[in-house]
Ligand binder design. Structure first.
Ligand code: BES
Ligand code: MN
Ligand code: ZN
Length: 497
């Protein structure tokens, strides 16, 4: 998808190595040094002059494009504000400035003189990881169903001059990780943005098979409805009952670790369109329910990043794909279905379908003897009410796993916030006619949804990410690719252990 390439090296002759755009981060009030000083001299004092004239004072967010010298076509000064206050928020802002400035000039090749940021190795690595991901993800454009898409500008190459600020090896690894994450994010966005008439459960299954063909370490199998029936997946099947599209349980096994290493399992909600079923949703914004496979999309994106990076761990991606439609065959409110685990469920509301497809997928996950299981789902409107779009809701039956995921979210700025899973909430799921009701009443809707799932995850370490608020934006409308960055970081951390 992205041909963008990144590399890092220590460039000695900064004034003669050609580029379309030399990027110089500068702090407010700081003396010129390193590459900035050399480029200033080579351009007969153009940088010092801009500073002296007040055309540029390196305040945070300030940008000045200067004419270049020789093989360097332009010099881009990026203001980073007060050096003492330059934190990760500042570094993110810097990355956004880099993208905007390069885009404004449609520059396809650029060179970043990193030393100007004065970062210690750890922060330099973080910044380069974020930069590569940001540049790749920012270049994403949806073109799939547009008849004459504009050919977008794309940066083709960024060279980072490390000037000893960080080892070229560490810088290259950071760029590689950020790039793979960005490609994974774009993969998730592209799948989620596809309309429901194209992106059906069968489409997702074929997409998985394609990923499998492209990577020798990725084995893909698809459980069809016939097999689901044999396995007793009555909950999953109750959701696709009203649809002409057959449900698919897609299993992607990535084997990068030892055969005996327990896998990390990701389970994605893949409702390719959610009408609500017989408990039909209101019409307003119903189109956005094509994004109800955002959890599945994030599993695809993460599997792609993991496979691209060749991480030395085992990961299983499971996607529970179905379409939730009303028809003569659809499940009705009050129907009781039996899940694969044997637990019977009274379907009081057919719009609470995510937990129905997930519970059987979570039971299925047991067979992999997982190190941990994380499900990702656009599960509840209540989660949007509770957390808005900034944080994904995190629920877990294990504190260590919860902390690892929160840390991965903070690191990538793809943040999650932990919510309670207290036993006291479980009572809301009581049913007079089955072991469990599929809704828990008006209060704490995202929590009771998570409580429902917790009844199927008792024999392993488990976390649930409710991404109903974070998976897409309504204006401008489009998938965000969250939480691919969080998940990829989490898995990279496991691989580094
Ligand atoms: N996919 C929806 C959740 C959703 C709604 C996500 C709006 C993002 C925006 C889910 O299947 C659903 O319909 N949940 C119901 C559950 C309720 C019936 C208990 C909801 O949140 O209203
Ligand atoms: Mn629903
Ligand atoms: Zn749904």
């Amino acid at each position: 998808m992205s041909a963008m390439t990144f590399s890092a090296r220590d460039i000695k002759d900064v004034t003669t190595t050609g580029t379309e755009c030399a990027i110089l981060p500068l702090f407010h009030g700081a003396k010129l040094s390193g590459a900035a000083l050399k480029l200033d001299k080579a351009s007969s004092g153009a940088i010092k002059s801009a500073l002296a004239l007040g055309d540029f004072s390196a305040k945070s967010g300030e940008i000045l494009m200067l004419p270049g010298v020789g093989a360097i076509k332009r010099i881009l000064l990026l203001g980073c504000g007060d050096a003492k206050k330059f934190d990760r928020a500042g570094a993110r802002k810097f990355c956004q400035q880099v993208y905007r400035a390069l885009e404004s000039k449609q520059a396809t090749k650029a060179m970043l003189h990193l030393a100007g940021l004065g970062l210690k190795e750890k922060e330099a690595v973080w910044t380069l990881t974020y930069l590569a991901r940001h540049l790749v993800a920012s270049s994403y454009r949806y073109t799939e169903t547009v008849s004459k898409p504009k050919t977008p500008w794309k940066l083709s190459r960024l060279v980072v001059n490390t000037s000893g600020a960080v080892s070229s090896r560490a810088a290259s690894d950071a760029l590689r990780q950020g790039r793979a994450t960005g490609i994974g994010v774009n993969e998730a966005r592209n799948l989620a943005n596809l309309p429901g008439n194209i992106c059906t459960p069968s489409y997702l299954a074929n997409h998985a098979r394609k990923l499998g063909r492209n990577n020798a370490k990725l084995k893909v199998t698809v459980v069809e409805e016939k097999k689901m029936r044999e396995l007793g997946m009555g909950a999953l099947l109750s959701v696709s009952a009203g649809s002409d599209q057959p449900a698919k349980l897609i299993v992607m096994q990535y084997k990068g670790g030892k055969a005996t290493d327990k896998p990390h399992v990701l389970v994605g909600k893949g409702i390719t369109f959610d009408t609500g079923g017989i408990s039909l949703k209101p019409g307003a914004k119903m189109d956005e329910m094509k994004f109800d496979m955002g959890g599945a999309a994030s599993v695809f994106g993460t599997m792609r990043a993991v496979a691209d990076l060749g991480l030395g761990i085992n990961v299983v991606g499971i996607v529970a794909a179905a379409e939730n439609m009303p028809s003569g065959g659809a499940t009705k409110p009050g129907d009781v279905v039996t899940s694969m685990s044997g637990t019977t469920i009274e379907v009081l509301n057919t719009d609470a379908e995510g937990r129905l497809v997930l519970c059987d997928a979570l039971t299925y996950a047991s067979r992999f003897k997982p190190a941990s299981v994380i499900d990702i789902a656009t599960l509840t409107g209540a989660c949007v009410v509770a957390l808005g779009s900034q944080a994904s809701g995190l629920f877990a039956n294990d504190d260590t796993l919860a902390e690892q995921l929160l840390a991965a979210g903070t690191d990538t700025h793809d943040r999650a916030w932990r919510m309670p899973l207290w036993d006291e909430y479980q009572g809301q799921l009581k049913s007079n006619f089955a072991d469990l009701a599929n809704i828990g009443g008006p209060g704490g809707g995202s929590i009771t949804a998570a409580c429902f799932l917790s009844r199927f995850t008792e024999d392993y370490t488990w976390a649930h990410l409710d991404i109903a608020g974070s998976a897409w934006d309504s204006a401008p409308k489009g998938a965000t690719g969250r939480p691919v960055a969080l998940l990829t970081r989490y898995l990279m951390d496991r691989a580094e252990k």
